[in-house]
Write a protein that binds this ligand. Structure first.
Ligand code: XUL
Length: 572
């Protein structure tokens, strides 16, 4: 007999926070997992004093995409106010989980550490976690690609890209945290020397919540080129190749489901949080999207957001030549494969400005006014330097361009109508994502669900293009952003794992003596995934797209070979 008094958890709620590239969002779920409150801060609009464009400072050097961490601190302060103003009772929140844009990092100063641990309730968060709390007030974000030199140095020291990938799940990438830290160490050695702790943006968010430095979780830690994804600890070889005395600054990494601690006293006094409110390790945005899907196996997720990303769950960690293998956020000893494309939502936004004056309605009408396959017109827009392949530039081919003739290098200047431009952009992006995913071994069977999520997954014609190019049924999840939902689900599960199921008495044990604790997947098994079939492949679509995919790959190769001169031999 369990003598524990049965607790009533029906008044509980769960808070998810997502610190994204352009937005900081919050979501509260009640005990039945209904959405009760949502709030958001858009940096460009709500925090104009930080002068960002799409959440990034626009005055960085070549390839630099930086942000001021104080902006995120202020956004968190405003977000909490916003929830309370809407009537949210923060006292009912029993657990919080966060997620953040991946790879970027924050360099805490000694003073910052002291302020963080002694937050004063009479001041707002950003009035005490000011610029002096950081050694760098322009900190790298995932869009940064200014570390080619450090990428080569780290790969060389560790024994080559394949060796680095064997340990960390990825060869070195410019936006990954290791090369970014090395850049700070080599270019600003004094600031590096003075840095007391380095947080990922995700663990930075958790740090703000607990009022102390939070650990980096395994899943987001896999995006650093420093973490041994199999041994689940920092790799000494990678740390040595990056910067001295780094392990101390990073602290020990922890599993993504681990508790970071209780919410800081500051939040209790300022917004009436309960003192025992639990804070779970924060993780990366895409890990959180995976947690929010509630689909167990056999799916491939395409996230169409600021970046476009393909994610698939993996039982084992394969060796990828390109792309990333990361620790799974909710399943112990499992993994996720991730391919990130820099030219996603921001490229669509820029072309929408160009051809439709920024009106998405007009933009999608234009898309609908053109046939599948765009009469052979294909374009690849790598306006920002693309990640796979490493390439920059735009190239348009119409049906007449001969890939063997010199004209293919220049392509067409413009297509004859804006409608053709729009379809060439969207089809070009999806064909590019499909072929890279295929090359990397992200295969799907007839039973695989292709799940499309993210801000730009709302348009039916885009979903149809995905279904036709992937030649598979496409599912969509409507409602709140899935990365935010993933946070709230992780918060809910943490409360179950660490509180509800944490009784050790006899009747709570299985006959074998093992606890009856459910896994994350089992816990949410009866919760509807909310997925609905959104598009099925049009009969005969492969005949249209197969030759176009071939042409799209040729365009990508051309852009990559044109760009390699600049990126790999900068002194030529
Ligand atoms: C993934 C990546 C981006 C960021 C955006 O590797 O760099 O998708 O996670 O938040």
């Amino acid at each position: 007999m369990c003598h524990r008094i049965k607790q009533d958890y029906s008044g509980n709620s769960y808070l998810g926070l997502h610190l994204g590239t352009q937005l900081f969002r919050a979501l509260i779920l009640d005990s039945k997992l209904n959405v009760t409150y949502v709030a958001q801060i858009r940096y460009d609009v709500d925090l104009p004093e930080f002068k960002t464009t799409n959440g990034i400072l626009s005055d960085g050097g070549p390839g630099e995409f930086l942000a001021n961490p104080v902006m995120w601190v202020k956004a968190l302060d405003m977000l909490m106010d916003c929830l309370v103003k809407q009537g949210a009772d923060m006292h009912s929140v029993v657990s919080i989980a966060g997620a953040a844009q991946q790879h970027g990092c924050v360099f805490w100063s000694e003073l910052g550490l002291r302020r963080l641990c002694n937050l004063n309730v009479n001041l707002r968060l950003h009035e005490q976690i000011t610029e002096s709390a950081f050694e760098l007030t322009r900190t790298p974000t995932w869009r940064d690609s200014s570390t080619d030199v450090q990428v080569r140095e780290m790969e060389h020291t560790v024994g080559g890209p394949a060796e680095l990938s064997k340990i960390t799940g990825s060869r070195a990438y410019t936006r990954f945290t290791g090369p970014q830290i090395r850049k700070v160490y080599t270019q600003c050695p004094e600031q590096y020397e003075r840095t007391s702790r380095i947080s990922l943006i995700s663990s930075f968010l958790a740090s703000l919540l607990i009022g102390g430095i939070a650990s980096i979780d395994y899943s987001d830690g896999s995006g650093m080129n420093l973490f041994d994804i199999r041994k689940k600890k920092w790799s000494p070889a990678c740390l040595n190749a990056c910067a001295p005395d780094l392990a101390r600054r990073l602290m020990k990494p922890i599993p993504s489901s681990r508790l970071q601690g209780r919410i800081g006293d500051y939040y209790v006094k300022r917004w009436n949080f309960r003192p025992d409110c639990m804070v779970v390790a924060s993780t990366g945005s895409k890990s959180s999207e995976l947690a929010g899907l509630l689909v167990e196996n056999d799916f491939l997720m395409l996230s169409l957001d600021t970046s476009d990303v393909v994610v698939m769950p993996l039982k084992k960690a394969p060796r990828l030549e390109d792309g990333h293998v990361m620790c799974h956020p909710t399943r112990r000893d499992e993994y996720m494969g991730l391919l990130c494309f820099q030219n996603g939502g921001l490229t669509r936004k820029a072309i929408c400005e160009d051809v439709a004056g920024g009106s998405w309605r007009r933009f999608y009408e234009m898309l609908d006014a053109t046939p599948s396959g765009n009469s052979g017109n294909v374009a690849v827009h790598f306006r920002d330097r693309e990640i796979i392949p490493t390439a920059k530039g735009t190239l348009r081919w119409d049906a007449h361009i001969n890939p063997m003739a010199a004209e293919c290098i220049r392509g067409r200047h413009r297509f004859s109508t804006p409608e053709i431009e729009v379809r060439a952009l969207i089809e070009g992006q999806i064909m590019h994502h499909w072929s890279i995913a295929h090359e990397m071994g992200f295969h799907h069977t007839p039973d695989t669900k292709i799940i499309v999520v993210g801000e730009d997954s709302r348009c039916q014609s885009v979903l149809q293009i995905v279904a036709d190019i992937f030649n598979a049924p496409v599912y969509q999840r409507t409602g709140v952003e899935v990365s935010l939902l993933g946070c709230a689900f992780r918060a809910r599960y943490a409360f179950y794992e660490h509180r509800e199921s944490a009784c050790n008495c006899q009747s709570c044990m299985m006959p074998t003596g093992r606890k009856t604790r459910l896994s994350f997947d089992e816990f949410f098994r009866d919760v509807p995934s909310g997925l609905k079939l959104a598009a099925e492949p049009t009969p005969g679509c492969d005949k249209i797209y197969k030759p176009l995919i071939e042409r799209c790959s040729q365009i990508c190769q051309l852009l990559a070979s044109k760009s390699s001169v600049y990126f790999f031999h900068p002194n030529v």
